[in-house]
Design a protein around this ligand. Structure first.
Ligand SMILES: *[C@@H]1O[C@H](CO)[C@@H](O)[C@H](O)[C@H]1NC(C)=O
Ligand SMILES: *[C@@H]1O[C@H](CO)[C@@H](O)[C@H](O)[C@H]1NC(C)=O
Ligand SMILES: *[C@@H]1O[C@H](CO)[C@@H](O)[C@H](O)[C@H]1NC(C)=O
Ligand SMILES: *[C@@H]1O[C@H](CO)[C@@H](O)[C@H](O)[C@H]1NC(C)=O
Ligand SMILES: *[C@@H]1O[C@H](CO)[C@@H](O)[C@H](O)[C@H]1NC(C)=O
Ligand SMILES: *[C@@H]1O[C@H](CO)[C@@H](O)[C@H](O)[C@H]1NC(C)=O
Ligand SMILES: *[C@@H]1O[C@H](CO)[C@@H](O)[C@H](O)[C@H]1NC(C)=O
Ligand SMILES: *[C@@H]1O[C@H](CO)[C@@H](O)[C@H](O)[C@H]1NC(C)=O
Ligand SMILES: *[C@@H]1O[C@H](CO)[C@@H](O)[C@H](O)[C@H]1NC(C)=O
Ligand SMILES: *[C@@H]1O[C@H](CO)[C@@H](O)[C@H](O)[C@H]1NC(C)=O
Ligand SMILES: *[C@@H]1O[C@H](CO)[C@@H](O)[C@H](O)[C@H]1NC(C)=O
Length: 534
């Protein structure tokens, strides 16, 4: 029962908000798709897959139309189905995976059919138009992954002369990021239906705060840029600790942001080019992709460290020295100039302190004005995922230490006032997520693939905090040394021409899936050697 209005809102603005919600760089993807062989369809999906579970009371027997799109042009009789999980965005933003990315690669290698399913509460697949707290009760991992299992058992593919439902046809899932976690959860929960899956950058182990997001940038980012930001953050935090309000106000005005009276709003705003809790307007380290060497992140660091900046810009570095024992704020002028030139114009109203711009927002903003996709994503964070970006507790920081998890939790409280039947916990219920296994996660024919330089690495299978990993055909794993956030999902229709670390990862994924498929005829659905943790 979706409605067109919602669809428009979701499509136009839902792409950028949220740290896991990768900014969309592919232009005109929808236009390209219309000229191809893709077939769009919907399936009537039960809103409530758990009619006896207390938390879903008062329950509903209604269904909603869940969208999917498939490409059968590589399909050969007997081939597998590759199910790509759309995750926290609309279908259109994932089409490149069918067209040039990992699903294309696997379809071509195996004669498979590729299908992208749009997650409930995203794109056009909304069970309800009004995203009240009560109506969001059905947006849980458990319901989301039940959709995938139901879909695998009931999907139809118009124009394909075969029934391709699971478990008689091998269904292999793929998901990256949030969808990577959901892929893992599905493969483990439904071993009687889903044959296998590849989970990329799959955020398996969640915590309320996730300061590790900044670790790869701190470690691998351009070191002069990183050092300048670290130093400016230290000096700002020192002024905050000293409660030097005059100096803080002067610093804010250098950035044109004196209207941000809350220090956290200010700290967040000047951190936008690096990355932030819930949203950021420009591409950060997380949005780097190997298929495109351009990035606003490089532009930002280049500007901050410009050694040829004019004198009236470098003079700003001295302006604040009087507050820091005569020590200059190196590159402050360059930094402030970038924020003024690139970030401030993203708020055309000039009302910087409003929720639409750089302020924390209020109940009206978070319940009525924010776009539906952002609201859905936020609900998942507040309800069961956490992962609030925050400053690290030790060592140098790229984000002021005034930004903690509490800042994000305030948004949750504003956005989801208690409903009649449903309310969010005072802190995310991480057990719902980590209960699937956390770093101990294991399921047969579930492959984990991560990137060494991904900001989400420490929440993933290959986290620095996880045990040493060893691969096998049944439990394969791969860490891409030169790899970012689910970098294996991107392709260029020419594997030999890819950069070496991605190329090898793609060959590995092909071999892994082919080995699984060779064993399909001897598979007993539901016979999993892994024990369910929950
Ligand atoms: C559509 O599929 C056919 C094979 O079934 C292929 O030859 C053709 O190139 C495809 N067209 C596009 C636009 O992808
Ligand atoms: C759903 O349908 C079942 C079977 O007809 C019925 O027992 C149940 O009360 C219905 N649930 C709701 C919420 O209407
Ligand atoms: C569909 O497949 C069946 C066998 O599976 C075959 O007999 C029939 O000719 C096929 N129809 C078309 C239109 O290809
Ligand atoms: C893993 O989860 C536990 C429980 O939330 C948490 O204490 C720990 O910090 C998490 N590790 C990472 C890397 O998120
Ligand atoms: C900080 O300074 C302001 C005025 O400069 C004062 O009103 C406030 O009480 C001070 N806060 C602390 C924690 O000292
Ligand atoms: C520096 O001077 C140039 C040229 O007069 C001017 O365009 C620019 O706005 C000035 N920048 C700052 C930060 O004052
Ligand atoms: C709440 O936020 C909305 C949207 O930004 C704004 O129009 C309104 O003035 C704010 N209300 C208050 C009391 O600040
Ligand atoms: C993971 O496994 C280890 C060793 O069996 C155990 O000590 C630990 O408690 C487990 N952690 C979780 C989150 O299940
Ligand atoms: C295939 O099946 C054989 C025999 O059951 C087993 O030893 C092997 O591990 C399986 N390989 C894969 C990739 O599942
Ligand atoms: C498809 O796979 C074959 C090898 O099996 C390879 O030669 C060809 O380049 C691939 N084509 C695309 C478009 O991926
Ligand atoms: C499950 O698989 C194991 C090993 O792959 C095999 O030994 C066992 O007989 C199977 N059980 C059933 C019920 O098929």
């Amino acid at each position: 029962m979706h409605v067109g209005l919602l669809l428009l809102a979701g499509l136009s603005v839902a792409s950028a908000r949220g740290p896991l919600r990768r900014k969309q760089q592919e232009a005109n993807i929808a236009a390209r798709a219309s000229s191809s062989n893709y077939t769009y369809a919907t399936i009537q999906q039960p809103i409530d897959h758990f009619p006896t579970k207390e938390i879903y009371a008062p329950h509903t027997n209604d269904t909603f139309a869940q969208r999917y799109v498939f490409d059968a042009s590589y399909y050969k009789p007997g081939g597998p189905v590759f199910l790509y999980v759309g995750g926290e965005t609309s279908l259109e933003y994932r089409l490149s995976n069918l067209e040039t990315g990992i699903i294309q690669i696997l379809m071509n290698a195996t004669g498979g059919l590729g299908v992208i399913i749009e997650n409930r509460y995203y794109g056009e697949s909304y069970p309800y138009i009004d995203l009240s707290t009560d109506h969001l009760a059905y947006l849980t991992n458990e319901q989301t992954i039940a959709d995938f299992a139901y879909f695998a058992q009931h999907a139809t593919f118009d124009g394909v002369n075969a029934s391709l439902t699971a478990p008689s046809t091998p269904w292999i899932m793929y998901g990256g990021s949030l969808a990577g976690a959901q892929t893992s959860f599905t493969v483990k929960t439904y071993p009687d239906i889903i044959y296998g899956g590849i989970a990329a950058s799959q955020v398996l182990n969640v915590s309320v705060e996730y300061p590790q997001w900044y670790a790869p940038i701190q470690k691998y980012g351009p070191s002069d840029c990183v050092a300048s930001i670290n130093d400016i953050v230290d000096k700002f935090d020192w002024l905050v600790a000293a409660n030097n309000t005059a100096a803080i106000t002067e610093l804010k005005s250098i950035f044109g942001l004196e209207s941000l009276t809350d220090n956290r709003d200010f700290a967040k705003t000047i951190n936008y080019p690096i990355g932030n809790p819930f949203d950021y307007p420009t591409d950060t380290w997380q949005e780097l992709i190997w298929t495109d060497e351009e990035s606003q992140f490089w532009e930002f660091c280049g500007t901050v460290t410009d050694i040829d900046a004019p004198e009236n810009v470098t003079a700003i570095d001295e302006q604040m020295a009087q507050y820091t024992n005569g020590e200059a704020w190196t590159n402050l002028g360059n930094y402030a100039g970038y924020i003024k030139d690139v970030i401030l114009p993203t708020c055309p109203s000039g009302r910087y302190a409003s929720g639409e711009c750089f302020g924390q927002g209020n109940v009206t903003y978070w319940t009525k004005l924010v776009d539906p996709g952002t609201r859905s994503y936020l609900y998942t964070m507040c309800y069961e995922a956490g992962l609030y970006q925050a400053a690290p507790r030790d060592g140098k920081s790229l984000l002021s230490r005034v930004v903690t998890g509490a800042y994000s939790q305030e948004i949750c409280t504003m956005a989801f006032p208690p409903g009649e039947y449903n309310s969010i916990p005072s802190s995310p219920n991480l057990d719902l997520w980590n209960g699937y296994g956390g770093f101990n996660f294991s399921a047969d024919r579930l492959a984990f693939i991560d990137g060494e330089q991904d900001p989400w690495l420490d929440s993933c299978y290959h986290s620095n905090e996880a045990p040493a990993r060893y691969s096998s055909d049944l439990h394969p794993e791969y860490l891409i040394e030169v790899g970012g956030h689910h970098w294996d999902s991107y392709g260029i229709l020419d594997i030999p021409a890819e950069p070496q670390f991605i190329r090898q990862a793609h060959y590995w994924e092909i071999k892994t899936v082919k080995k699984w498929l060779r064993n399909f005829s001897s598979w007993t659905p539901g016979n999993s050697s892994s024990t369910l943790v929950r």
